[in-house]
Design a binder for this molecule. Structure first.
Ligand code: UGA
Length: 345
């Protein structure tokens, strides 16, 4: 840390969201930076600090990106429409939110010499079947009518634009590819504080809270490797503290040790929920096709294993938390936040 850090500002676009709110807590704890949080809602950002300022607006607000790129030295872009149900149900909005809306940010960071730390996605690797390496693996997406890939394609094109600005116009950037980050406050419980299908953690939590069958898309055979939000945040804070090392890099952040099938995840969550909540009786699982669950145009990544040797090397970082260790706290967080609302229905 340098003397001037306390005078610098990090702007987190999407600072009221799931990843943004966890990151801001980490930044306030681990750095001296001032933090500017921009979002439309801040229910998830419960931390307070004299170094934290909230700006409640949309990144589409005229003049907003001009102002924040004038005021902050580091811009962290976390805004996204990132629940798979939207990719084939509202693909135009997905492409706009994940690509079009962020175009001015890339140009402004380039013009003003700001460091852009952009959250991309593990989904850019698509259906690539092996260990995913940032600088070697091909990005394998399905055909256009498989609208599942609108999100990955939009994210990939933005990565390529950022890269091009870096190579040819001097943009300082770092691209982060998160691999299925699990933690408290992820998404919402449908019908209580959100609508539509959230990601798998919140889907399974809803089923547990309402004692409904857990739905296993295509039998729950797809695999994911889950990283705890604490490990993820630690990595991103380390990136922000290491500009020289991380500029111009694409970095996977995930935990290859936590690779499980979605069926295994469901079974673990049921077992942990029952041990924590003393819930009697049996939970059931229901197989459902991807098309039935998400609608036409759904497709899936069969497996996602990140190669994290670059993150280890650049950041001196190693993910520590196993799935069995992270799930109890996460499940309890949902139980504490939603039990009353569930009970009143
Ligand atoms: C997610 C999203 O695209 C992004 O949020 C993100 O960029 C990326 O992955 C990531 O977190 O790295 P995905 O992992 O497919 O994609 O999203 P989930 O909703 O978490 O689904 C994981 C798996 O569980 C999929 O195979 C899905 O079909 C399955 N699933 C989901 C079920 O079996 N049951 C459910 O109730 C929900």
């Amino acid at each position: 840390m340098t003397d001037s850090d306390s005078t610098k500002s990090v702007c987190v676009l999407g600072g009221g969201g799931y990843l943004g709110s966890h990151l801001i807590r980490g930044l306030l704890e681990e750095t001296e930076y001032r933090v500017l949080a921009v979002d439309q809602t801040f229910e998830k950002l419960t931390v307070s600090s004299p170094r934290l300022k909230r700006v409640q607006t949309s990144i589409q607000e005229p003049g907003l990106l001009e102002t924040v790129t004038a005021d902050s030295e580091i811009l962290v872009s976390t805004t996204a429409l990132c629940t798979p149900a939207l990719y084939n149900q509202r693909p135009v909005e997905v492409i706009e939110a994940n690509f079009v809306d962020l175009l001015p940010l890339v140009s402004l960071c380039t013009e003003r010499g700001r460091w852009l730390v952009h959250f991309s996605t593990s989904e850019v690797y698509g259906t690539f079947p092996d260990e995913m390496k940032e600088d070697e693996s091909p990005l394998v997406l399905g055909p256009v009518h498989k609208e599942r890939w609108t999100y990955a394609c939009a994210k990939q094109l933005l990565e390529r634009l950022i890269w091009a600005h870096g190579q040819h116009r001097g943009l300082a950037f770092t691209i982060v590819r998160p691999f299925n980050v699990f933690g408290p406050r992820m998404d919402y419980i449908e019908g209580i504080d959100g609508a539509g299908i959230p990601r798998v953690l919140a889907c399974f939590m809803r089923s547990l809270l309402y004692r409904e069958p857990l739905q296993l898309v295509d039998g729950g055979r797809s695999r994911r490797s889950f990283v705890s939000v604490g490990d993820f945040t630690d990595a991103v804070v380390r990136i922000i503290k290491r500009p020289e090392r991380c500029r111009g890099e694409v970095i996977n952040i995930g935990n290859p040790q936590n690779d499980v099938s979605i069926r295994e995840l469901a079974e673990k969550m049921v077992a942990i929920y029952q041990s924590l909540c003393g819930s009697a009786g049996r939970f059931s699982f229901q197989n459902i096709s991807g098309e039935m669950f998400y609608g036409p145009g759904y497709d899936d990544s069969p497996r996602r294993i990140p190669d994290i040797s670059k993150a280890r090397r650049l950041l001196g970082w190693n993910p520590r938390v196993t799935l069995d260790e992270m799930l109890p706290d996460i499940i309890l967080d949902y139980v504490n936040r939603y039990s009353a609302a569930v009970g009143s229905r």
